[in-house]
Design a protein around this ligand. Structure first.
Ligand SMILES: [Fe+2]
Ligand SMILES: [Fe+2]
Length: 346
């Protein structure tokens, strides 16, 4: 399909001339004032705008300003048209963001070459932008895969199914979405926060790589010393994340991953580890992770315990932890999702 060019000029002779010169190659839309141009733009998106500077009412520079203010229009390239060929005018054209400048009266060959070149550059730029976007999203996807893969390998040491990583990530997403849908913690829980949290969740236990097998796989109760060494996995996780993600540009994501790893064993009443943080001092992401983590630990079989059934028993354990171990608001929301969980898991 031919590109559309919007020509804005108060002189109808110029509009006709532009139509004659460009009409064979392009579809031309004409507007005889700035206002008429914006009326046209409400329903159409041209590929290029040729904009006269001297017009009654809204002049070309004013129209340009309005175009640049709008997200929808600011990317459309603009070539100014003017009979005033002074250096000042030409300078101003570029200052306000025009891609080019064509003198009047039009010289057909000049007008058509400038229009062609501008549209060609525009196509090239758009193509590059699309390519960069696509590559970036592929790199991100790969990064996420590697992170989950690595977390799975580590997890499989004490949980041969490696399900804990996938499951907890799923519960974290469910809880965060549900909180947001109910308008809870909305100052923090925006889409970006939830996205970061879900990608951070798989890393919460990576520090277990540094906990000895004799402790990690011990079927019975841990001695106090062994438990202390197990608790260190939160600090180790944070250090490992800091190491492996030091070059990742998304600062918010890295911070989230470190917070979730370090604080997912904190308790609402301040008796958790490693810092003994209390209540809302514990980052929200870590409070959500805590519930997802414990639910999965109870639901699945572990080397030191069988899977707990029926589901009501798990829910009643979580309920007991409401306001002591867990954030009471998040616990309430999680308990209310029992039906959904049952459908998914049973
Ligand atoms: Fe943990
Ligand atoms: Fe965990």
């Amino acid at each position: 399909m031919n590109d559309i060019i919007l020509v804005v000029d108060d002189d109808s002779a110029n509009l006709m001339l532009a139509q004659k010169i460009l009409g064979k190659e392009y579809r031309i839309a004409a507007a005889n004032s700035g206002m008429a141009a914006f009326r046209y733009l409400e329903k159409n998106k041209p590929d290029l705008i040729l904009l006269d500077i001297n017009m009654p009412g809204m002049n070309g520079f004013e129209a340009m300003e309005k175009l640049k203010e709008s997200e929808a229009y600011s990317s459309i390239p603009v070539i100014f048209l003017t009979a005033d060929k002074s250096v000042e005018t030409e300078t101003k054209c570029f200052q306000v963001g025009a891609v080019d400048f064509v003198g009047k009266p039009f010289v057909p060959d000049i007008l058509i070459s400038r229009v062609r070149r501008t549209l060609e550059l525009e196509r090239y730029r758009n193509h590059l932008e699309d390519m960069v976007k696509e590559k970036t999203s592929r790199i991100k996807e790969m990064q996420e895969h590697i992170i989950v893969g690595m977390a799975n390998i580590i997890e499989s040491r004490d949980n041969s199914t490696g399900k804990h990583v996938k499951n907890t990530q799923m519960y974290v997403r469910m809880i965060a979405d549900e909180l947001k849908n109910r308008g809870l913690y909305t100052d923090t829980l925006n889409d970006e926060y939830i996205h970061n949290l879900c990608n951070a969740a798989p890393l919460h236990d990576v520090g277990k790589i540094k906990v000895p097998d004799s402790i990690l796989k011990k079927p019975g109760r841990l001695t106090p010393e062994e438990y202390d060494s197990m608790k260190m996995h939160t600090e180790y996780s944070q250090d490992i994340i800091e190491d492996i993600l030091s070059d990742v540009e998304e600062e918010e994501y890295v911070k989230m991953a470190k917070d979730v790893a370090l604080f997912h064993h904190e308790r609402w009443d301040g008796t958790g580890y490693p810092r003994g943080l209390k209540g809302e001092d514990i980052p929200l992401g870590a409070r959500i992770m805590a519930l997802a983590d414990v639910f999965d630990a109870l639901f699945e079989e572990r080397c030191y315990k069988p899977a707990i059934r029926p589901m009501e028993k798990i829910m009643s354990i979580l309920e007991d932890g409401k306001g002591t171990q867990f954030d009471p608001v998040i616990t309430e929301v999680f308990l209310s999702m029992e039906g959904k969980l049952r459908e998914m898991l049973m």
